[in-house]
Design a protein around this ligand. Structure first.
Ligand SMILES: NC(=O)c1ccc[n+]([C@@H]2O[C@H](COP(=O)([O-])OP(=O)(O)OC[C@H]3O[C@@H](n4cnc5c(N)ncnc54)[C@H](OP(=O)(O)O)[C@@H]3O)[C@@H](O)[C@H]2O)c1
Length: 288
């Protein structure tokens, strides 16, 4: 990753919940590079402590399951007790989903997805809010998904839970914005992380190691859909979080920042142009 280190977050205290791997780990690493004191949270202690160790003495790990409100509250409390404040909270915890027909959906899936994606995020916002209101400043960023905006990209329950998070971002933004606290989201398109293998039932520790191997398959499949070529990595998403937690975005509130290589803007023009000969031939046949 080639990022210019500016120290723009010197003295800034940040918590990344869902920071043990993938996008959350890349965000924690980038924020730490920019000078932030990092609290990394998630369920996997070994991975979380290893990352905190790599980031240095100004980083620590707190075990937390976002489906338990008390765990989320403890992450915020840890930041405040140990470092005296909380300038930003990044909610990146997420679980995988496979696309499938609505007739095959297990209804429990909706509760599971909602508990992590909407419940976990709401708990994070709820417990960070009083601290940030007290400070008169703060930035909360949630990793949502283009699945919350576009249909057909992932499972029904996953999409619905991410759509809920997009609206939760707006509803919290209009509440907390009046107190100097900004709430925004990021919607990535497909990103090479272990979450896809997890969705296929592979153990999370093993799944993380599959992220690199996904690159050729991702790039090939996405050619039809993603104007910017290639397969996104967590390092492509992390700078969006850096911008949203920093003062550079001080007037951005209630926004969803899409990081999808243009998927949600429309299909690549070359795909449409590639269809023209077939349409032309059909027109010729119909008019001669
Ligand atoms: N990869 C993509 O293509 C993509 C696209 C759009 C959006 N996203 C979103 O990006 C976010 C990060 O996913 P990722 O792709 O980086 O996958 P990942 O590497 O599997 O990261 C998921 C993170 O969520 C944490 N997590 C899961 N359940 C949790 C729970 N109950 N409590 C606390 N932490 C929990 C995991 O940590 P522990 O296992 O240690 O708890 C891990 O740190 C998710 O919200 C996902 O929906 C991903």
């Amino acid at each position: 990753m080639e990022e210019s280190v500016t120290g723009v977050l010197e003295g800034h205290v940040s918590a990344v919940i869902g920071g043990t791997s993938g996008i959350g780990a890349a965000v924690a690493s980038l924020l730490a590079e920019e000078g932030a004191i990092m609290v990394i949270a998630g369920r996997r202690q070994k991975e979380g402590e290893a990352l905190a160790g790599r980031l240095g003495p100004d980083a620590c790990f707190v075990g937390a399951d976002v489906t338990r409100e008390s765990d989320v509250a403890a992450v915020v409390a840890h930041a405040v007790e140990r470092y005296g404040r909380l300038d930003s909270l990044v909610n990146s915890a997420g679980v995988a989903a496979m696309a499938g027909h609505v007739a095959d959906v297990e209804l429990d899936e909706l509760s599971r997805m909602t508990a992590v994606h909407a419940g976990g995020v709401l708990a994070g916002i709820k417990h960070a809010a009083p601290v940030m209101i007290g400070q008169g400043s703060g930035s909360i960023v949630t990793v949502a998904s283009i699945g919350g905006r576009l249909a057909g990209w992932t499972g029904h329950a996953y999409s619905a839970s991410k759509a809920a998070v997009l609206h939760l971002t707006r509803s919290a933004a209009v509440d907390l914005g009046e107190h100097g606290v900004r709430v925004n989201s990021i919607s990535p398109g497909p990103v090479r992380t272990g979450v896809h293998a997890e969705g296929a039932g592979i153990d999370p520790a093993v799944a993380d190691r599959t992220a690199g191997a996904l690159a050729p398959a991702f790039a090939a499949v996405l050619q039809q859909w993603q104007p910017v070529r290639g397969a996104a990595t967590p390092d492509d998403v992390a700078p969006a979080a850096l911008w949203l937690v920093s003062d550079a975005s001080r007037f951005v509130n209630g926004h969803d920042l899409v990081v999808d290589g243009g998927i949600s803007a429309g299909r690549p023009l070359s795909v449409g142009l590639g269809e023209l000969p077939r349409l032309g031939a059909a027109l010729m046949a119909a008019t001669t």
